[in-house]
Design a protein around this ligand. Sequence first.
Ligand code: ADP
Length: 436
Amino acid sequence: MRIRSWRLHLGRLLAAVLLLLVVGWISGYMLPVFVVAAFVYLGWHLYNSWNLHRWLATPQRPLPESKGIWADIFDRINGLQKQERRHRKQLEAVILEFRHATDAFPDATLVIDQNDIITWFNSAASELLGFKPTEDLGQPVTNLLRDPDFANWLAVQSQVKSTLEMISPIDSEVFLNVSAVQYREGQRLLIMRDVTNLRRLEQVRQDFVANVSHELRTPLTVLIGYLEVMQEQSTDSYSSAVTRMQDQAKQMQALLDDLLELSRLQNDTIETEEITVDVPALMAQVKEQAEEYSKGQHQLSFSVDPELHLKGVPQDLASVFRNLVVNAIRYTPEEGKIEAQWLEEDGLPVFLVRDNGVGIPKRDIPRLTERFYRVGSDRAKHTGGTGLGLSIVKHVLNAHQARLVIHSELGEGSEFRCEFPEQRLIRHKHQKAVSS
Ligand code: ADP
């Protein structure tokens, strides 16, 4: 309240009191004059506060008019009211802008609270997921998106911070990539992007690679057959050329086999059955293959917990163990030591291969599981590797929710460790430990 109007009001009040004193003194009715004046003054205040009260109850009525200090109070309220209307308009404009922006957003976006109840979604969510603003706000998101993988992912998402791919609930041809952002206490923003085209492109690429590999296999087998015949009959002058051709053809065959294996693993439409895998028996086969591959040039040692079995896909797990052991032999010079272990460590089933071979530079380690990635391309050329072994390993381990941990020192050796989740561990009692 402005000080000036109060001063004016007090000045006027003082003048009125002086006037009343004079009137009271002249008329000789000092007390009645003051009592009447006090009642008039009180009545004026009561009338104005009643007006204010009425207006506060129904603010859409015009603001009451008055004089003096009350005119100033009403003016002030009027100013505040205008300011509030201006702010509200600005806020409405911001909200409208936000709505337009989120509606133009091509990804389905929704907000869920700590109980997974939907508190807001944009219009793309209506198109991609079939959500209806009138019915679906306030519903648990898992009631509307009934994919069990989605419910499982949502439960652990805040810890694992991963994304999920799922099929749209209204169109089985549409693939969605789902990610989540945590904001404020318990609130999550779910963003669902249509990745159907990307998936199709990826499928075309996979089919192309699989078809080409398949088509090349038969002529290559014929070539290898003829090369064997030529090898037997070749004269000294052609013998080395035929041997080189044979080596190259076999390398190409290994590459086609790995490409076909990788596309089989990437194909989600092939159902693979998980069973209890007798890993100790699998390790015995891997040991035989390793001995054959090493040709007695390395010191191989296998340590296997005979009671430890695993829930998984046997041929895929065999491929992982074989790839890692063969790699260790391939990248370890003659007389080097290779140690493979199958054991339980801190409650987790673990497979590890350790060698004292050439080792891997630190900067290459994160990229080893990429397709065709090799450490120093010249090094791999003489090894007979395809550059796909560790991609296959990574794929199989992902499908088994397992972790691949690689430790290596250049010139010292490497350790490849596969840590499987506890839930996959199966113990078969009453057998003795095998170590060789
Ligand atoms: P490749 O068929 O060429 O062996 P992989 O995918 O199996 O392909 O391995 C990728 C690269 O990782 C290899 O080219 C090699 O340089 C490196 N590598 C894998 N295992 C080892 C190991 N035990 N010691 C040293 N280097 C390794």
